[in-house]
Design a binder for this molecule. Structure first.
Ligand code: MN
Ligand code: MN
Ligand code: ZN
Length: 292
C-alpha cells in the first residue's frame, strides 16, 4: 500500500525526503512554499535538481503538494479572487517544475455569496488557468471538506458540479479526506457505512476521478463540521472505517496520506503508518513493530 504523510520542508524542499524515509513513507505530501504567505521566491534550478535527486534516491512517490491556506478561488471579492488565481497559478507552476503530479486544494469559501455563486467562481478560476495551460499536466485535486461555515466541498454533489463545469476535466480529480467527510456528515465508522458512502461518492464522481486519500481520524462528531484531525483510531471514526478503506481494492493503488498530529521525533507518524499497515487484511495487528 502507498502510505505516507504530510512532511515538513523546513530547511529546503528536498529535506522532506529524508524525513519521510525516516518514518517509513512510500508517498508524501508537502507544501512547496510557506503556506501562510502569498509570495514565494521562485524555485532555483539548484533547488529543483536537489529535490529530484532526493526523490530518486528515496523512491518516495507519487508526490502531492497542498496549496496555501490563503487561496480562495471561490471568493466573491475581485481583489482576493485575482490574488488567489495568481497564487494558484504559481502553485501549479511549481508542481510542474518539480515533476509533482497532484496539487490538492480546498474548493474555497463563498463568504456570503452563496454556494452556487461560489462554485461558479471556483470553476471560472480553474477554467482561466486551464485555458492558459498553466502548470502543464499537473492535476488539481479538489479536497472533500468538512463543510464548515461557507466552505464549499462538504457535499459530494458540489464536487460533481465542479467536475462537470471545468473546461479540462482531465486536469481535475478528487482527494478524499476521511476526517472531513465524517465531519461533513458521511458516516464511515462501520463497514456498512463505508460501503454506502463510497458507493455514493463513486456513483457521483466515478472511481477513476479519485486520486488520493487523506487518512485522518476526527476529533469532532459525525456531522459536526469541525475540521480537527486525530491519530488513526484515536478519534470518532475508529479503526473499522480505516480498515475498510485500506482493504478496498478500488483504492489499492492510491496514495494515502496522513495529516495527523505529529511529534518532533517522528514517532507519531511511525505509529500511525505502522497501524495502517497492520489494518491490511492478512497483516499482523502488532502496532509496536519497528519501521526499518
Ligand atoms: Mn486540506
Ligand atoms: Mn486534508
Ligand atoms: Zn482538515
Amino acid at each position: 500500500m502507498n502510505f505516507g504523510a504530510h512532511m515538513s520542508v523546513a530547511g529546503g524542499l528536498h529535506k522532506a525526503f529524508e524525513r519521510g524515509a525516516a518514518v517509513g513513507c512510500r508517498t508524501m505530501q508537502i507544501f512547496s512554499k510557506n503556506e501562510r504567505q502569498w509570495q514565494a521566491k521562485p524555485l532555483a534550478d539548484d533547488d529543483i535538481q536537489r529535490f529530484k535527486a532526493e526523490q530518486a534516491r528515496t523512491g518516495i512517490g507519487p508526490l502531492i503538494v497542498h496549496d496555501s491556506y490563503l487561496i480562495n478561488l471561490a471568493s466573491p471579492k475581485d481583489d482576493l479572487w485575482e490574488k488567489s488565481i495568481a497564487a494558484f497559478a504559481d502553485e501549479l507552476e511549481r508542481c510542474d517544475q518539480l515533476g509533482i503530479p497532484y496539487l490538492v486544494t480546498h474548493p474555497g469559501a463563498h463568504t456570503g455569496s452563496g454556494c452556487d455563486a461560489g462554485l461558479e467562481r471556483e470553476a471560472e478560476a480553474l477554467n482561466r488557468l486551464f485555458a492558459d495551460g498553466v502548470g502543464g499536466d499537473t492535476m488539481v485535486l479538489l479536497e472533500t471538506t468538512a463543510g464548515q461555515g461557507s466552505c464549499l466541498g462538504g457535499r459530494f454533489e458540489e464536487l460533481t458540479w465542479l467536475i462537470e463545469h471545468v473546461s479540462h476535466p482531465e486536469r481535475v480529480g478528487i482527494c478524499v479526506d476521511t476526517c472531513h467527510i465524517f465531519a461533513a456528515g458521511y458516516d464511515i465508522r462501520t463497514p456498512e457505512g463505508c460501503a454506502a458512502v463510497f458507493e455514493r461518492l463513486l456513483s457521483l464522481v466515478g472511481s477513476e476521478r479519485i486520486k488520493a486519500f487523506h487518512l485522518n481520524d476526527s476529533k469532532g462528531p459525525l456531522g459536526g463540521h469541525l475540521d480537527r484531525h486525530a491519530g488513526i483510531g484515536e478519534g470518532e471514526i475508529g479503526l473499522d472505517g480505516f480498515r475498510f478503506i485500506v482493504n478496498d481494492p478500488r483504492f489499492a493503488a492510491l496514495p494515502m496520506i496522513l495529516e495527523t498530529p505529529k511529534t518532533d521525533d517522528g514517532s507519531a507518524d511511525i505509529h500511525n503508518l505502522t497501524l495502517l499497515r497492520s489494518l491490511r487484511s492478512g497483516q499482523s495487528t502488532d502496532t509496536t513493530a519497528k519501521v526499518e
